[in-house]
Design a protein around this ligand. Structure first.
Ligand SMILES: Cc1cc2nc3c(=O)[nH]c(=O)nc-3n(C[C@H](O)[C@H](O)[C@H](O)COP(=O)(O)O)c2cc1C
Length: 405
């Protein structure tokens, strides 16, 4: 393919008029299954490539998105991604905040700071969904309220994460009362409304990776004897309640998705004890609550290794079968062959990539052009996961050789 024909395809990527890689005058077959449209209930993506949510702890401590964050998010849209999922964003000025430099959408000023980010991503042809997050018992730094909350007073696994500004053991959380639960639901709800007001295409309820909603879903962090504890139907209830309340508040036409995982930032071994049977209950509850998509995180693991249940089905495949909704797969899928397998074997509708996207904000463009990918280097997000750290890393690496050389 010469440069001119490549350029034609790329131009079509950034418009919504053509299927990626399948322009009418292009005699070659579709280049990759990820380069085709994906249809969601309220929008269509120009391809099946999403940027996974990644905390970048890069605000000034006031929870407001910055100019550097705008450039960071816009770079993925400019690089051809169909969907940009933001980092986990705190929902209230109570107990939701996880990290000191985390962005929020708990106030009108924080919401307003997201507005130019949304515009920049839209201007570059991608959709943008805000991930809403409550840290619960694994909050590392929260200036708003003393102490942490969880489903039960059980000490979390592991320690605070230095890459996000923490150190030492987690605090012992207080077991949440009915009033706390109502406050959490209200926080998610108000945050979703603000997200709609500033132009996001939707919100993703963060029910994954060991944060509050996942603490309810997980057997060993939830010892409650009420309607939120015990059976898997009870343990997923709070996530379903949040989805339902958010949907009621935002009204029709605005996407409310959910992210779930088996593994966690502080436990890479955990699996849903009932395997595919638990998955059927969990996904059924979220479907009944009205969720618009399901996103399965592969935190700390590889989809290829962690997605398979004992009955042979994959977690994303069960999500598709039970809900009929668009499903996003994630976890080590930033390789064209693996990604193609997941999409063509019916395991997912969209693939989200995290670390590979950090190394290649233009991953979709490179895929379409058949160009090589840069390798992810952990030093990009270590010793601190901030954009400033990534910038320093870029200077030290690309100061020695030109990017893409
Ligand atoms: C720096 C960093 C920050 C992350 N922050 C979040 C987050 O805010 N919300 C979330 O759901 N997952 C978060 N994750 C997990 C990623 O979304 C993703 O599940 C994980 O990196 C595995 O995908 P990958 O193999 O494509 O990188 C984060 C991952 C990284 C590397």
């Amino acid at each position: 393919m010469n440069d001119a024909s490549t350029e034609t395809i790329i131009v079509n990527h950034t418009t919504e008029s053509q299927d990626l890689g399948m322009t009418r005058n292009d005699p070659s077959p579709p280049t990759h299954p990820a380069l085709t449209f994906a249809t969601f209930p309220h929008f269509r993506l120009r391809n099946r490539l999403a940027v996974a949510p990644m905390s970048r702890v890069s605000t000034a401590g006031d929870g407001r998105a910055t100019e550097a964050m705008l450039r960071y998010y816009a770079s993925f849209a400019e690089g051809g991604f169909g969907l940009v999922l933001t980092e986990g964003t705190y929902t209230d000025l109570a107990h939701s905040q996880a990290y000191g430099q985390q962005p929020g959408i708990a106030t009108d000023a924080q919401a307003a700071a997201w507005s130019p980010v949304v515009r920049a991503v839209h201007d570059a042809g991608a959709k943008i969904v805000l991930q809403l997050m409550h840290a619960g018992a694994i909050s590392q730094e929260n200036p708003h309220r003393e102490g942490t909350l969880g489903p039960s007073a059980i000490l979390p696994n592991g320690e605070k994460m230095p890459d996000y500004g923490g150190s030492g053991p987690f605090a012992m959380p207080r077991a949440m009362t009915d009033e706390h639960i109502a406050e959490v639901v209200d926080g998610f709800t108000r945050a979703a409304v603000r997200a709609r007001e500033v132009g996001f295409d939707g919100v993703e309820i963060h029910g994954a990776n060991g944060y509050l909603l996942d603490q309810f879903l997980t057997t060993y962090t939830n010892a409650r004897a009420d309607r939120y504890g015990g059976s898997v139907a009870n343990r997923v209830r709070l996530t379903a309640d949040v989805v339902q309340a958010a949907l009621r508040a935002v009204g029709p036409g605005f996407t409310v998705g959910v992210r779930l995982s088996q593994t966690k930032v502080n436990d890479s071994e955990y699996r849903w004890p009932g395997g595919a049977e638990d998955a059927e209950v969990i996904f059924g509850a979220l479907r009944s609550a009205g969720a618009h998509y399901i996103h399965i995180a592969g935190e700390g693991g590889d989809w290829m290794e962690t997605a398979r249940f004992a009955n042979g089905e994959t977690i994303t495949g069960v999500a598709r079968r039970v809900t009929g909704l668009p499903v996003l797969a994630n976890g080590g899928l930033g390789e064209p062959a693996k990604m193609a397998h997941v999409l063509t074997e019916g395991h997912a509708d969209v693939v989200s990539i995290g670390r590979a996207a950090l190394a290649n904000p233009d991953w979709p463009r490179r895929l379409a052009r058949g160009e090589p990918f840069e390798r992810f280097d952990r030093a990009m997000i270590h010793p601190f996961a901030s954009l400033e750290n990534a910038e320093r890393w870029r200077g030290s690496v690309f100061g020695l050789r030109a990017p893409n050389a």
